[in-house]
Design a protein around this ligand. Structure first.
Ligand SMILES: NC(=O)c1ccc[n+]([C@@H]2O[C@H](COP(=O)([O-])OP(=O)(O)OC[C@H]3O[C@@H](n4cnc5c(N)ncnc54)[C@H](OP(=O)(O)O)[C@@H]3O)[C@@H](O)[C@H]2O)c1
Ligand SMILES: *[C@@H]1O[C@H](CO)[C@@H](O)[C@H](O)[C@H]1NC(C)=O
Length: 327
C-alpha cells in the first residue's frame, strides 16, 4: 500500500531542518544596522541609471550620500532634486588625479567617522559585439572604467572603509557569470567578480564586508540600443573586406534585429529591483555575498551560468544569427 515519505521520521527530520534553516535565513537577512544617520556612503557613476536612483534612495533613508558624477551637468541635476545632506563630487574613475581629488573631498566630509559604504557602480558597455570586430583599444576602453577604475577607486578608499568597518558593493552583471558578448564588458565583469571575491576573503579580518550585485538586463545608459548600435556600425564599417565577407552582407542587419528583439523583451525598467539590493548590502546587519537582480537573472542567466557549457552554447547560438559569408 502507498505510504507517504513524510510519515517517515527521517523525512520529517530532514524537512523540519530545512524549514528551520529557511526561517533562520529570513530572520538573519532582515536584521538591520542602527545609526544610519551617522553613516557616509560614496557611490560612483551617479549621473544616470542605478547610481542616480540609489543616491536619491539612500538620501531619503537618511544616509550622508556622496554622489560621484562623471560630468558637471550630471552633478548639478542630481543636486537640484535632492536634500543638502547629499553632496556631489566629480569623479572620473579612469583618471588617478580625479580619484585623489575625490578622496580629499571625502576625507574632509567624513572626518573621524570613516566611510561606511563604497558602491562601485560606474561602468560602460560599448564597444560590445563579435570578438573579431574588436581591436585592443576597444578592450582598454571598457576595462579601464569597469575594472581598473574600480580597483583603483577601491584601493584608494580602503583605509577610510577599514576605519568605519564598512561595506564595499561592487556592481557586476550576469555577464560576469556567463560571457555572451565579445569585447571588454564580460571580461571586466568577470574581473569584478574575482577581485571582489579576493577582497572579501582578505578583508574579513578587518570587519569589512564585500557584496556583489549581478543585475540582469535593465533599461539604462549601458543598455541603450542607440549607443550600442552606433558603436557597432563604427566597428562594422572598420572591418577589412575579408572579415566582412566572412560574415556576409546581411549579417549586420540580422545581428541588430536579434539584439533589438532580445533587449526589448528582456530590459526591465524598474531599476529599484537593483537599487533595493544595493541598499540591503549597505543596511543589512549581514549583507549577502551575491545578489542576482531581476527575474531574467534569477530564472535564466544565473542558472544557465551553472549549466554545462554545451547547454549555454546552444542557448546563445539560438539567440544570435549565423554568419553566411563566402569564406
Ligand atoms: N543596465 C543593465 O542592464 C546592467 C546590467 C548589469 C550590470 N550593469 C552595471 O550597472 C552599472 C551602472 O550602469 P547603469 O545600467 O546604471 O548605466 P548608466 O546609466 O550608463 O550608468 C553608468 C554611469 O557610469 C558613468 N561613467 C562612465 N564612465 C565613467 C568614468 N570613467 N568615471 C566615472 N563614471 C563613469 C556614466 O556616466 P555618463 O552617463 O556621463 O557616461 C553613468 O552615469 C554598470 O557597472 C553596469 O555595467 C547594468
Ligand atoms: C576621464 O579620464 C580619462 C583619462 O584621463 C580621459 O581620457 C577621459 O576623457 C575622461 N572622461 C571625461 C568624461 O572627462
Amino acid at each position: 500500500c502507498l505510504q507517504l515519505p513524510i510519515s517517515d521520521p527521517v523525512w520529517t527530520c530532514i524537512l523540519g531542518s530545512i524549514f528551520l534553516l529557511v526561517v533562520c535565513w529570513f530572520i538573519k537577512d532582515n536584521l538591520r544596522i542602527k545609526t544610519i544617520k551617522e553613516k557616509y556612503v560614496l557611490i560612483t557613476g551617479c549621473d544616470s541609471g542605478f547610481g542616480n536612483l540609489l543616491a536619491k534612495q539612500l538620501n531619503q533613508r537618511g544616509f550622508h550620500v556622496i554622489a560621484a558624477c562623471l560630468t558637471e551637468n550630471g552633478a548639478q541635476q542630481l543636486q537640484a532634486c535632492t536634500s543638502p545632506t547629499l553632496k556631489t563630487v566629480l569623479l572620473n574613475v579612469t583618471d588617478p588625479k580625479s580619484i585623489d581629488q575625490a578622496l580629499e573631498f571625502v576625507k574632509a566630509e567624513t572626518g573621524s567617522q570613516g566611510l561606511w559604504g563604497l558602491v562601485n557602480n560606474a561602468g560602460r558597455a560599448t564597444p560590445i559585439g563579435p570578438t573579431d570586430w574588436m581591436q585592443m583599444d576597444d578592450f582598454y576602453k571598457v576595462l579601464s572604467v569597469n575594472l581598473m577604475g574600480l580597483i583603483e577607486t577601491t584601493l584608494k578608499f580602503l583605509p577610510l572603509l577599514k576605519k568605519a568597518k564598512g561595506r564595499v558593493v561592487n556592481v557586476s552583471s550576469v555577464m560576469g557569470r556567463l560571457a555572451f558578448a565579445g569585447g571588454g564588458y564580460c571580461l571586466s565583469k568577470w574581473g569584478v567578480e574575482s577581485f571582489s571575491d579576493s577582497l572579501r576573503r582578505d578583508m574579513q579580518y578587518f570587519g569589512l564586508k564585500v557584496s556583489i550585485i549581478e543585475p540582469g538586463f535593465f533599461k539604462t545608459g549601458v543598455t541603450s540600443l542607440a549607443a550600442i548600435e552606433k558603436d557597432l556600425l563604427r566597428l562594422w564599417g572598420r572591418l577589412t573586406p575579408e572579415v566582412r565577407d566572412s560574415y556576409g552582407n546581411k549579417y549586420f542587419e540580422a545581428y541588430l534585429k536579434a539584439q533589438r528583439l532580445s533587449m526589448n523583451t528582456l530590459c526591465d525598467s524598474d531599476l529599484s529591483k537593483v537599487t533595493n539590493y544595493m541598499e540591503h548590502a549597505l543596511i543589512a546587519k549581514y549583507p549577502r555575498t551575491r545578489y542576482g537582480a531581476g527575474w531574467d537573472a534569477k530564472l535564466f542567466w544565473l542558472p544557465l551560468s551553472y549549466a554545462p557549457s554545451l547547454i549555454a552554447d546552444v542557448m546563445l547560438w539560438l539567440l544570435l544569427p549565423t554568419p553566411m559569408g563566402s569564406i
